[in-house]
Write a protein that binds this ligand. Structure first.
Ligand SMILES: Cc1cc2nc3c(=O)[nH]c(=O)nc-3n(C[C@H](O)[C@H](O)[C@H](O)COP(=O)(O)OP(=O)(O)OC[C@H]3O[C@@H](n4cnc5c(N)ncnc54)[C@H](O)[C@@H]3O)c2cc1C
Length: 220
């Protein structure tokens, strides 16, 4: 089976090569079959394999083919939706839990990068939420207050500081979130796949992947 050709984008031009994967031949029996080799499936496969489960990942195209290999690379600690709005929508218990998971998200990602020595241009200097005009400033001040009452290390930068730190003109301020950072997303996805394979997994391109201790139920 021919390998997928790299996509014509920056991430494919600069990522370390993809792990060696092969087409599924025959059937396999595993504890958990994961469909999709993006961040979600790869992280699930890694954590399951580390706990001793047999895992197979089915990827239709190639590791990181979806949003995981094409996104901006921001490792955010929250969503565009403001914290209070999330709680209003989900209720206090689920909302607070989601906010806590989101807030801890960057630590999880950067810990995985360090633990598995994933080469993905990881930088944890925080991220900036830029404000345009008075309305934008009001919006990030509101966002800042909502995060601060939850103990998050966020701060407002005034316009001159926002300009200096971003190199961009025309913003009325910025919200700096020190929990966050950036990665090369395709490189991270490929690194997660490598880490899962190193945890006992076996990998295939197009259709099935890795399974420590899997039992083949039929063979071609
Ligand atoms: C333009 C853009 C920018 C973004 N920027 C950011 C950002 O900066 N920071 C951030 O945190 N998030 C960002 N996101 C969101 C982020 O990319 C997604 O949340 C994330 O990639 C979701 O990962 P996933 O593993 O759930 O899905 P995907 O990455 O989409 O992975 C799904 C995988 O499943 C495979 N698949 C689908 N169907 C099947 C099937 N039937 N059988 C086998 N395999 C199948 C696909 O080929 C794909 O590889 C951005 C998204 C977009 C679109």
């Amino acid at each position: 089976m021919a390998a997928e050709r790299p996509l014509p984008n920056l991430w494919h031009a600069t990522a370390p090569s993809a792990p060696d994967t092969r087409p599924l031949v025959g059937d396999v029996t595993v504890d958990v079959a994961v469909i999709g080799g993006g961040f979600t499936g790869l992280s699930a496969a890694l954590h399951l394999a580390e706990k001793g489960a047999s895992v197979a990942v089915a990827e239709a195209r190639m590791i990181g083919f979806g949003g995981s290999g094409r996104n901006v690379g921001l490792v955010n600690a929250g969503m565009w939706t403001k914290p209070d709005d999330l709680v209003a929508t989900l209720g206090k218990e689920a909302g607070d839990r989601l906010l806590s998971e989101l807030g801890n998200g960057p630590a999880l990602v950067f810990d995985l990068v360090a633990k598995h020595d994933i080469s993905c241009e990881a930088v944890r200097n925080g991220t900036l939420h830029m404000a345009i005009g008075d309305e934008g400033l009001k919006d990030i001040r509101n966002r800042e207050a909502q995060w601060k009452k939850r103990g998050a290390p966020v701060e407002i930068l005034a316009a001159p500081q926002a300009r200096t730190i971003s190199g961009a003109e025309g913003f009325s301020g910025a919200l700096l979130d020190r929990r966050a950072g950036t990665i090369q997303p395709l490189a991270y996805a490929r690194g997660l796949a490598r880490a899962a394979m190193a945890a006992g997994a076996k990998s295939t391109r197009k259709h099935l992947s890795w399974q420590p201790n899997a039992r083949a139920t039929s063979g071609n």
